[in-house]
Design a protein around this ligand. Structure first.
Ligand code: NAD
Ligand code: GLY
Length: 357
């Protein structure tokens, strides 16, 4: 087992990475301070992994909320199901919520924990590659609004993140690829040697080879933790973790939540961000080609959906959380392995990127 740490003063927490950690009560119990626990999961994950987690926590008063599965359910209405259960079973301020699932369950459970009685503890047990390398770390929680992705939420750090790599064996290939997109992101924004390692190991990763996956998860969590430690609430540098997301969120919103997976939209969005970075004279054609090829090897989309217009992109991108005083800011790549958040790019170049991809 590998143990990493996110250093945030009194909100610091460990990230455990290893095989079979889900059923390890000794690992979880020190991070639960009361006697009450509420596991939040969904209808797909419950039959696979709920029993193992429940038996690890059998010494506690345990309740379970099983949410409907899907990004289209990541909203305030579904969030209420968690509050209904917590109130119905009289959970108090010392309760701990445990998110057992992918990014959708994790983001909603974290947000419920941030709001319930003005804030209770929670633990992340991420079960998708995407949630293991990204969403379970860093404390961003929330739900979607029909007018914008992740627009209602809070920063609320977990007490611990428990990553059981064995659960990836049941993950559909399309979901594995979606997680791979966020892994590639770390290479592009902060870690050129890791990007090169991914080029060498993409086939192993997509074949779910344990050792390669464990290494990719560890490097991703390390990269994410270092950025979050510098800027927990995204006043500045943390925004680089959103490479490709402004374009990607526009794609997800326009297509209807759940039609394009988050990681798929991010993959196409990262190629668009690289294309604009090239037009701004920063990265080379070879860097863009390498990015496109790497994502394509994992079966990810590298162009925007054909049914989206430039106008639709600009409209949806204007509600992005990085918009400041009406100015659109984008994460662009200065050179492979180094990103920047900027509002100084040419509108003509942006329009060309929206037109060509
Ligand atoms: P997801 O949570 O929808 O999970 C994908 C699918 O896999 C679901 O159908 C789920 O039921 C299923 N599943 C989960 N684990 C499984 C397993 N082990 N075996 C079989 N099936 C399994 O999607 P996701 O990609 O994990 O997360 C996407 C969400 O994460 C988006 O809402 C996105 O906005 C959010 N996100 C948040 C952050 C953050 O920092 N908070 C970062 C990136 C993404
Ligand atoms: N996924 C972006 C962030 O955590 O900041």
């Amino acid at each position: 087992m590998q143990t990493l740490r996110v250093d945030l003063g009194e909100r610091s927490y460990p990230i455990f990475i290893g095989e079979g950690l889900l059923g390890n009560g000794d690992l979880l119990l020190p991070y639960i301070k009361g006697k009450q626990v509420c596991i939040v999961t969904n209808e797909t994950i419950a039959p696979l992994y709920l029993d193992a987690l429940k038996s690890a926590l059998s010494s506690l008063r345990l309740d379970v909320v099983v949410l409907p599965d899907g990004e289209e359910h990541k909203n305030l209405q579904t969030l209420n199901l968690i509050f209904d259960e917590l109130l119905d079973k009289k959970h108090n301020r010392t309760t701990t919520l445990i998110a057992l699932g992918g990014g959708v369950v994790g983001d909603m459970t974290g947000f419920a924990a941030a709001c319930y009685q003005r804030g209770v503890d929670f633990i992340q047990v991420p079960t998708t590659l995407l949630s293991q390398v990204d969403s379970s770390v860093g404390g961003k929680t929330g739900v979607n609004h029909v007018l914008g992705k992740n627009m209602i939420g809070a920063f609320h750090q977990p007490n611990a993140v428990v990553i059981d790599t064995q659960v990836l064996k049941t993950l559909p290939k399309r979901e594995l690829a979606a997680g791979f997109a966020e892994i590639v992101k770390y290479g592009l924004i902060a870690d050129a040697p890791f990007f090169a390692w991914l080029e060498e190991n993409v086939e192993e990763l997509m074949a779910c080879a344990s050792e390669a996956l464990a290494y990719a998860i560890e490097q991703s969590c390390l990269n994410k933790a270092r950025v979050v430690e510098l800027d927990e609430r995204e006043g500045g540098v943390r925004a680089i973790l959103n490479l490709g997301h402004t374009f990607g969120h526009a794609i997800e919103t326009a297509q209807g939540y759940g039609v394009w997976l988050h990681g798929e939209a991010v993959a196409a969005g990262m190629v668009m961000a690289m294309d604009l970075s090239l037009r701004e004279g920063w990265v080379s054609e070879d860097d863009v080609a390498r990015t496109r090829a790497l994502l394509q090897k994992a079966g990810l989309p590298v162009t925007a959906p054909e049914n989206m217009t430039e106008r639709q992109f600009l409209e949806l991108m204007s509600v992005d959380k990085k918009v400041l005083d009406g100015s659109l800011r984008l994460v662009l790549v200065r050179q492979l392995g180094q990103a920047t958040v900027t509002e100084s790019f040419s509108q003509a170049n942006l329009k060309a990127t929206l037109g060509v991809t």
